[in-house]
Every structure is written in structure tokens, then in C-alpha cells.
Design a protein around this ligand. Structure first.
Ligand SMILES: Nc1ncnc2c1ncn2[C@@H]1O[C@H](COP(=O)(O)OP(=O)(O)OP(=O)(O)O)[C@@H](O)[C@H]1O
Length: 845
């Protein structure tokens, strides 16, 4: 059958012409050879059914051009598929089992080595060629460490070839990636772990690991060391800056590498040379190993602290960075007003500090640490000053609690973190502030702050130095700032041809001449800048501008020093004017704010007072109700008679006291008069009051009768009212009579005291309804008086029973003044409610 097929194929190929005859011949040969090894008719049939017979164009094409037996293809493809599948299965499910035969290093994202290795991996050829990869752009900071060039400084960025590379960078996708290192097969694994990520959060915790086969992990360690060394070698001339940040909102605080900057030359910081020398020597001495031993031998904590203070923009941060660069130390910056500076977080950050480093706490006065540690009652001076003592106690207490709840930093917390028993040793702490005077003494005491450096606004010297620094000549700048072959010096209008810019073919003599000329030009330029700087500084008023402000002005004229000198006077005037206007504006705003605050405070106070008086009223009303209940036996009634005497303020304690004392005075007077005269009826005051009351009543009645159309009706009602009153009073009298008033003076006094103590604190005014007729000794006489009780603008009237002269109080236990018209302190039950009708009763016994 195969032969037939071959013959047919040959026949078919015959139509293609003579050129294919050789191929057909070969195919026949192959078929003949393979036919012997053929598996038999079953296979042929299968092939036939699969590809539509040997006559199909596919098979003929394979035979003709590939010279491969189609029957061999099937096992080959099958085997490849099998192995691929097996490998995938093994990788996915069995590689974990293979870990028994592997060494693995896992890298934690919190550690800097994670970033170092990620970057190293990203730079490897296998990562660049990976078919499955993730693309990153340099703008997304959280993935920045996958940038193979992330540690490169800004200068490198300028270079054209690097610019291209820095646009996008590719990293191996999550999964397993194989690569060779030191002739060993390694597996790089990148895994996305969503466990640590929050709900709906885009951030995932990535985990990376590198594994090698075998039991010896030397190759992994070598890889790690190599990557780390490579990284460090690139950082030699740089200052690495780390910032304390939160990993996520509810996560922990970590030091994250923020940026690496070319170290700032120390001489670019303009400061008194003596001060500079002092601080450098101090740190040098501190960092020497001998000093460390010295500290430990004497049990002194090995720490050093500096406080840099002065107005903004005077160079505090610049000095800190320059120091870090000078001593090749990493600098760890944390802002005390950030979330990372919560007490818990800050202590975590400090615990994670390396042994030798610099920590910069910026603007510590803004962190709410300006209060003293002893001052338990305040956290914020300004705020607290606005409150009364009580209020501030209460409020600051609650604020403290709130802050504690929020975990915000407290002064004692910070002190503990800085040099508590658990705090790290070996670091240099630099604190900066604009208001050193606001800081707590405990924070800046020796041991915490060993050296204080004051920064001032620019004086003549500093202004000169800033000018020179700005227009000083730097050889390396020329190449960068100007096109090739043209070196323009600052302030130079024309171009200076640099000595090395011409072609090598130039004669040596000419070269030297050019070099000499260049040097002369540079020297000339320097002298010019020197002179200009002196002129410039003279025009600037001393101690008025910060170096940052002057620098800002000079930057506007960075290539034209003459112009800068010319315009500086005007700039000074403008800046001062601007500043004054701003200050004025700020002042006004401040005043407005204060006014608002004051009004708010007053409003609150008023509200509080109203609330308080309301409460007191309610209490009084309740008491009155009680008093009326207990004193209902007195049968005192009230009337609707309206004596329109002015209502005194209800809350006036002094008024109550006045009234009481007056009454007591009256009592004693009347007592004495009664004792001498035996009667109070001769007293003028009660009589006056009585007539006054009568008059007012009369007036009222008249007005009532006016209001009614019929005067006779009014008269009738008046009579009725008087009648009813009389009858009521009679009943009262009866009740009062039933109650025998103790005649014993001592007991009367006791009772009086008791009543006085129980007497509600309200303003009471009395009007004698009727002058009681004097009674001879030991006859009791009850005088019902009309009493006005005024509380909170409400007018209550009640009846107070009074005894006259040496009359004694009854069982009811009320005060028994000795004169008519004095208050007995008895209030009728009817007076307890605001709606109670005023009652007026006249009783004579
Ligand atoms: N003494 C100085 N020497 C050199 N440059 C200075 C000096 N003072 C200020 N500058 C320049 O002014 C800018 C601001 O300075 P810097 O941030 O160090 O001031 P600062 O005192 O820390 O300000 P702030 O208190 O607001 O943080 C920087 O660009 C710095 O170069």
C-alpha cells in the first residue's frame, strides 16, 4: 500500500516538472525505508483518516519539502506536549515539593535589600528578555525600586542614552523565571500576595525570592553581596535620604528611601567659619571609636544631639544635609506633624534606625510640643490662653485624652523615644526649629541637645558670600550650560573659547596660549564678581532678609550679576513693602479671627448662663411646690390682684440678701418698738405700703372697670371678689388659729434659724396687705401679707404669714418676724406654678 502511495506521489509530482523528480525519488526512498519499520496497516489507516490519506496535499508537501516521515511527527509532537505539560504541572504543583532540594532566599519589602535586589533583577538580561513582563513607568513611586536605574543621580538623567532607558522599564511578571548565575541555574519567583492588602485596595504585597538547586546556598549569598556592593559603590558620593512613612493607612511606619542626592559640599553652606569648624570637630570626635568606648566605660548613653534654630530659610536643613554628606552618613528625616510621627509609629521608626546614622526632626515647634511637660493642662498655648482656667482644664484634659486615643505624639512620648531606656544608641540627632524659645526645656536639655547653633538673617558678610557662591566659576558647569566649544563665564557677554575645545591638530603653542588666556579671563571674572559682591552686600540692609530670600532674588538674574547689583535696591524696597502689607493683612485676619472667637465665646457663655438659670428656676419651682404642699395647712390663698410693682432680677443673690437684711433690720426695729410700744400699728412704713397697695388695687379696678362696658358689673365683681377673699381669709385664719404658735423665745429663734436655712434663695418682696392690729402680749396675730416672688421674669404672688412683734411662729415652722410687713418666708402652694393665679388675702385676728 505504501508503495502505491509512493507511486501516486511520484505520479503527482511528475506534473510539477523535472525539477521535482529528484525529490519524488527521495520521497520514495524514504517511504521504502520507513515502510519496513512501519507499525503496520493500523497506523496507515489512522494516518489516512487523520490527514485524509497520503494523497492529501499536506502530506505530499511534508514529504516533498521537509523530508520527514509524517508518522514520526505524531510521537514527536506528543512527547513535546507531554513534557511541556509535565513541566508546567511540576512547576505549579510540585516545585514546592522540590524545595527540599533547593535553597531559597526570601526578601521582605520592608527592607532596603528588597529594593536593591529588585533593581538588580530588573537589570539582568533574562528580565529584559522575559516573554511575560510588567511594564513600569518612573512616575509611580511605589514601584520605583524595580527601575534598574533608580539609584542613579539626576546628572545621569541628563544623558541622552539614559533618558531613553528611564522612560519605561520592564520587569519579569509574577511567576517563576529561570536564569543562570555563576553557572548555576537559579529560580527567581515573584508572587503577588493579596493577604496583606486591604479591601478594594489596589496595592498588593509583593514577595520575591530567589532559589538555587542543591543544599549549598553560596551562590545566593554571592548574588546578594554582589548586588549590594554594586549598589553601594554607586552611592559613594551621594547622601541617601530616607523618610518615615506609613506603609498603608493602618499599617506600620517604615523608613522609605526617598532620594539620593549628590552630597552638598560643606563649604556651600554659608555660616560663621568658627561655628562650622566647631560642629565638624564635635561630630568627628563623637564618631571616633575611642569615644564610643569612652561613653560605654562611663555608662553615658552614646548619643549626640544638635539643635539648629533660627528664622526660616537661613540654612538649617542645608547644614544638616551637608553634614550627612560630609560624614557619609544616611539621613533619616521624619516630620513630627505627619501620621508617621504618632507615638507608636515614631518609636517603631527609631527602633529601626541603623547604628550609625543621622536623624533629622524638622520643625519640632510645629508638632504641638511647645507646652512644658509640667503643664498638664495645655497642649496648645494659644488655644488654651483663650479659655478660662476651668474650661482649659476640662478641655485640655479631653484633648489630651483624644490625642492619646489618636496616638498622637506627646512631649513625654518623644522624650522617651529620643533617649528612653529602649532607645537606640549611636545616632546623631538634629532638630530644627524656627522658635527655639517655645520649646520645652526638657527637650533641649544637655544630653538631648549638646550643641545649639543659631542661624540669623543675612548680614553683610553672608550677603557677600551668597553672591560669590551664586556667580562663582565652576569648570564643570561650563560644559553643561553651554554648547560644545563655547564656554561662557558668568556675566560674560561674549563667548570664551575653552582651552581644550579645539582640535588636537592645533599646535601646542597655540593651545597653551589659549589656556593662558582662559585662565586670565577666569581670574578677571573672579575679581569682577568679588567687587560686585561687595557692592551688592552694601545695598542690602543687614539682618532683614534670609539667605533663601537673597538666593531667590539672585536666581532671577543667574547669568547677569551686574543686573542683580543694579536692581537689588529696588528689590529690597519692594520686598519690605510686600512684607509689611502681608503682615498688616495677617494682623487684620488675626484680629478678625480673635473677634470671631471672642463673640463665639461670649455666645457660649451666655447660653451656659441661661441654661444655668433655667436649671435654678426649675429647682426653685420644685422646691416651691414642696413648700406649698407642706404649708398648705396655712390655708393661704392667692388672688389675681395685680400689683404692678417692677419685677427685680430673679437671679440676684445680693438682692435677696439685701431684702433679707433689710427685713431683719426692720424686724429688729419693730421688735424693739413693739416691745417698747406694745404695738406696731404706729409704724409708718407698713402703713405706707398698705396704702400703696390699696392705691394700686384701686387703679387696677378702675382700669378693669374701664375695660368693661358696664361699670356696675365691675363693681359687682369687685365686691364678689372681696367677699370671696374675705371668706377665704377667714378659713385661713381658722386654720392658723388652730395652730398654736410656740411662745417660747428660744424655740422661736431655733425655728427661725431652721427656716432661714431652708428658705429658698429667691427674690421676695412683700407688701403689707393689712396692718395687723397690735395685740397685747402672748396673743397671736397672724398677718397675711401679699408677697411677690419674682423669678426669671415670672411674677408669682403668694401669701406669707407673718406674726407681729414678739409673736411666735406656728407649727408650720416658718419664720416669725416681729414686725408687720416682714417676710415670714411662707409661700402658698398656689404659687408653685407660673399659671397660678395671684392670690391676695387680708386677715385680721
Ligand atoms: N546659610 C545658608 N547657606 C547656604 N544656603 C542657604 C543658607 N540659608 C539658606 N540657604 C538656601 O536657602 C534655601 C533654604 O534653606 P534651608 O531649607 O536650609 O533653610 P531652613 O533654615 O532649613 O528653612 P526652614 O526653617 O524653612 O526649613 C536653600 O536652597 C539653601 O540653599
Amino acid at each position: 500500500m505504501l508503495m502505491n502511495v509512493a507511486a501516486m506521489v511520484m505520479a503527482n509530482s511528475g506534473i510539477l516538472g523535472a525539477s521535482t523528480s529528484d525529490v519524488a525519488q527521495n520521497a520514495t526512498t524514504v517511504l521504502n525505508e520507513t515502510a519496513a519499520a512501519a507499525t503496520g496497516p493500523v497506523m496507515d489507516e489512522q494516518l489516512n483518516s487523520l490527514v485524509g490519506g497520503f494523497t492529501s496535499p499536506i502530506l505530499s508537501w511534508i514529504l516533498r519539502y521537509l523530508h520527514v516521515d509524517p508518522r514520526l511527527l505524531i510521537p514527536i509532537v506528543g512527547s513535546i506536549s507531554f513534557f511541556t505539560f509535565a513541566w508546567q504541572f511540576l512547576e505549579q504543583h510540585a516545585l514546592d515539593q522540590l524545595e527540599w532540594f533547593m535553597c531559597t532566599v526570601n526578601l521582605r519589602p520592608e527592607d532596603e535589600i528588597y529594593a536593591i535586589i529588585s533593581s538588580w533583577i530588573a537589570a539582568q538580561p533574562f528580565a529584559q528578555k522575559s516573554r511575560s513582563f510588567v511594564v513600569n513607568s518612573g512616575s509611580f513611586n511605589s514601584r520605583r525600586f524595580w527601575d534598574p536605574y533608580w539609584w542613579w543621580d539626576d546628572e545621569r538623567e541628563d544623558e541622552e542614552d539614559q533618558k531613553e532607558k528611564r522612560g519605561l522599564y520592564f520587569t519579569p511578571a509574577p511567576g517563576n523565571h529561570y536564569f543562570w548565575y555563576q553557572r548555576r541555574l537559579l529560580v527567581f519567583r515573584r508572587k503577588c500576595n493579596r493577604e496583606g492588602a486591604g479591601y478594594m485596595s489596589a496595592t498588593e504585597r509583593e514577595e520575591i525570592s530567589i532559589s538555587c538547586f542543591g543544599y549549598n546556598p553560596w551562590v545566593l549569598k554571592k548574588l546578594l553581596y554582589d548586588a549590594y556592593t554594586q549598589y553601594n559603590s554607586k552611592e559613594d558620593d551621594k547622601t541617601l535620604i530616607y523618610r518615615g512613612v506609613m506603609k498603608n493607612t493602618w499599617g506600620t511606619a517604615v523608613w522609605q528611601r526617598s532620594v539620593s542626592k549628590v552630597s552638598r559640599p560643606f563649604d556651600t553652606v554659608i555660616l560663621n567659619e568658627g561655628v562650622k569648624k566647631n560642629i565638624i570637630e564635635d561630630i568627628q570626635d563623637y564618631l571616633s571609636p575611642a569615644t564610643r568606648r569612652w561613653y560605654s566605660n562611663r555608662g553615658i548613653p552614646y548619643r549626640r544631639g544638635y539643635l539648629l534654630h533660627g528664622p526660616p530659610g537661613t540654612g538649617k536643613s542645608s547644614l544638616s544635609l551637608a553634614l550627612a554628606g560630609y560624614f557619609k552618613m544616611r539621613i533619616y528625616i521624619v516630620s513630627l506633624s505627619s501620621v508617621a510621627a504618632a507615638e507608636e509609629n515614631l518609636s517603631t521608626l527609631f527602633a529601626d534606625l541603623p547604628r550609625k546614622c543621622m536623624v533629622l526632626l524638622e520643625d519640632i515647634d510645629t508638632a504641638g510640643l511647645t507646652h512644658t511637660r509640667e503643664d498638664n493642662n495645655s497642649n496648645d498655648n494659644n488655644e488654651d490662653n483663650a479659655h478660662s482656667d476651668d474650661d482649659s482644664d476640662r478641655r485640655s484634659g479631653s484633648r489630651r485624652k483624644r490625642h492619646a486615643k489618636e496616638g498622637r505624639l506627646s512631649l513625654s512620648g518623644l522624650l522617651n523615644i529620643l533617649d528612653g531606656v529602649a532607645s537606640q544608641e549611636g545616632r546623631i540627632l538634629i532638630m530644627t526649629t524656627n522658635h527655639a524659645e517655645k520649646l520645652d526645656k526638657a527637650l533641649i536639655r544637655p544630653g538631648r541637645v549638646d550643641l545649639q547653633i543659631k542661624f540669623d538673617r543675612a548680614n553683610n558678610e553672608i550677603s557677600t558670600a551668597i553672591f560669590r557662591a551664586m556667580y562663582g566659576h565652576f569648570d564643570n558647569e561650563q560644559e553643561r550650560m553651554q554648547p560644545k566649544h563655547i564656554r561662557l563665564l558668568p556675566g560674560q557677554k561674549g563667548a570664551i573659547i575653552s582651552p581644550d575645545s579645539e582640535s588636537d591638530s592645533e599646535p601646542e603653542e597655540v593651545k597653551q596660549q589659549r589656556e593662558a588666556k582662559y585662565k586670565a579671563d577666569v581670574a578677571k571674572e573672579k575679581t569682577k564678581i568679588l567687587n560686585l559682591s561687595v557692592k551688592f552686600a552694601k545695598k542690602i540692609p543687614a539682618e532683614t532678609f534670609s539667605p533663601a530670600e537673597i538666593q531667590g532674588y539672585l536666581l532671577k538674574n543667574k547669568r547677569t550679576p551686574e543686573k542683580a547689583v543694579e536692581g537689588v535696591e529696588q528689590w529690597c524696597k519692594d520686598t519690605i513693602k510686600e512684607r509689611e502689607e502681608k503682615e498688616k493683612k495677617d494682623e487684620e485676619e488675626k484680629k478678625k479671627k480673635e473677634e470671631k472667637r471672642r463673640l463665639r465665646k461670649e455666645k457660649k457663655k451666655k447660653k451656659r448662663q441661661e441654661k444655668k438659670s433655667k436649671k435654678t428656676d426649675t429647682r426653685r419651682a420644685a422646691k416651691r411646690g414642696n413648700g406649698a404642699d407642706s404649708g398648705s395647712n396655712s390655708g393661704s390663698d392667692s388672688d389675681s390682684g395685680s400689683d404692678s410693682d417692677e419685677v427685680p432680677p430673679p437671679h440676684s443673690k445680693t438682692r435677696i440678701k439685701e431684702v433679707r437684711s433689710k427685713r431683719r433690720r426692720d424686724d429688729s426695729e419693730s421688735g424693739s418698738s413693739s416691745s417698747s410700744n406694745g404695738s406696731s400699728s404706729e409704724d409708718e412704713a407698713p402703713r405706707k405700703r398698705k396704702s400703696k397697695a390699696k392705691k394700686s388695687r384701686k387703679r387696677k379696678q378702675e382700669s378693669d372697670s374701664d375695660s368693661c362696658d358696664s361699670s356696675s358689673e365691675g363693681e359687682t365683681s369687685r365686691k364678689k371678689s372681696i367677699k370671696s377673699k374675705k371668706s377665704k381669709c377667714k378659713s385661713t385664719k381658722k386654720v392658723s388659729k388652730d395652730k398654736k404658735i410656740p411662745k417660747d423665745d428660744a424655740s422661736a429663734n431655733d425655728t427661725k434659724k431652721k427656716v432661714e436655712s431652708e428658705e429658698p434663695k429667691i427674690c421676695v418682696e412683700t407688701e403689707t396687705e393689712a396692718a395687723a392690729s397690735p395685740k397685747s402680749d402672748k396673743t397671736e396675730k397672724v398677718n397675711l401679707q401679699q408677697v411677690e416672688v419674682k423669678c426669671d421674669g415670672r411674677q408669682d404672688k403668694g401669701l406669707l404669714s407673718a406674726t407681729q412683734g414678739s409673736a411666735k411662729s406656728g407649727d408650720s415652722g416658718y419664720e416669725t418676724p416681729s414686725e408687720e410687713g416682714s417676710i415670714s418666708g411662707r409661700r402658698s402652694a398656689a404659687n408653685s406654678g407660673a399659671a397660678s393665679p395671684l392670690k391676695e388675702t387680708t386677715v385680721q385676728t
